[in-house]
Write a protein that binds this ligand. Structure first.
Ligand code: CA
Length: 235
């Protein structure tokens, strides 16, 4: 079955170009020109991936990304942000909002399709992965969910898709130190052009996610080297 991709973009020329590229890539595109239309489209049918323009009339793409990350319906739908060149500095803000990747305008159809494939592949690999547990944390790979043990009960944790992949990688490779570039390779995939500080952004988000359960100490900074997951938390 063809993957359905929602394009949220107010400029008709870019929207048409992207839709054309998607059809060529054997995806099924749908359009929305603003937040309201996007919301209606998602309510109608949740897409497999969202291409989200940063600059939209009314609610910005960034604000929409934040909203969708909080909504159980869209929490795990990968988002690729479309940005203009001058907006590159805002990337960190987007990553903090839970965006999976960026494509900078003007982009080629080939580049766009490569990013989409990489993001969809990562989310599929997650689905195929099994479950893993360590300390008070448990990942249900099939359900794509993370649970924390609180007073003998497993409580579901709200987690972003990148933080999920990062946590899954850590939990399946515990007690080992990984540099930022190794984490980029393993968690983001070698083909994606992301900076090393991206890793720090998502580490910060992951710790914040685990903090309410007092499990953030499992994600340890190793000075000068990188990061390590340890179920034996630092005191
Ligand atoms: Ca725009």
């Amino acid at each position: 079955m063809q993957k359905r991709i929602l394009i949220v973009e107010d400029e008709p020329a870019i929207r048409d170009m992207v839709a054309f590229a998607l059809r060529k890539g054997e995806y099924e595109p749908s359009h929305a020109g603003d937040a309201r239309e996007a919301q209606a489209s998602i309510a109608d049918r949740v897409p497999d991936l969202i291409l989200l323009d940063w600059m939209l009339p009314g609610t910005s793409g960034l604000e929409l990304a934040r909203r969708w990350r909080k909504d159980p319906l869209t929490r795990e739908v990968p988002i690729i942000m479309l940005t203009a060149r001058g907006e590159e500095n805002d990337r960190v803000g987007g990553l903090e909002a839970g965006v999976d990747d960026y494509v900078v305008k003007p982009f080629s159809a080939r580049e766009l399709l490569a990013r989409i494939r990489a993001v969809l592949r990562r989310s599929r690999e997650d689905d195929e992965d099994g479950s893993v547990g360590a300390g008070g944390l448990r990942i249900d790979g099939a359900a794509h969910r993370v649970f924390a043990r609180v007073d003998g009960d497993d409580q579901p944790i709200q987690i972003g898709p990148t933080e999920y992949r990062l946590l899954h990688f850590f939990m399946t490779h515990p007690e080992r130190v990984y540099s930022r570039s190794q984490l980029l390779d393993h968690v983001w995939g070698g083909s994606v052009y992301v900076e090393e500080r991206t890793v720090d952004v998502h580490i910060r988000r992951l710790r914040k996610t685990l903090e309410p359960y007092a499990l953030d100490g499992m994600i340890q900074t190793v000075r000068g080297s990188g990061y390590r997951f340890s179920a034996a938390m630092d005191a």
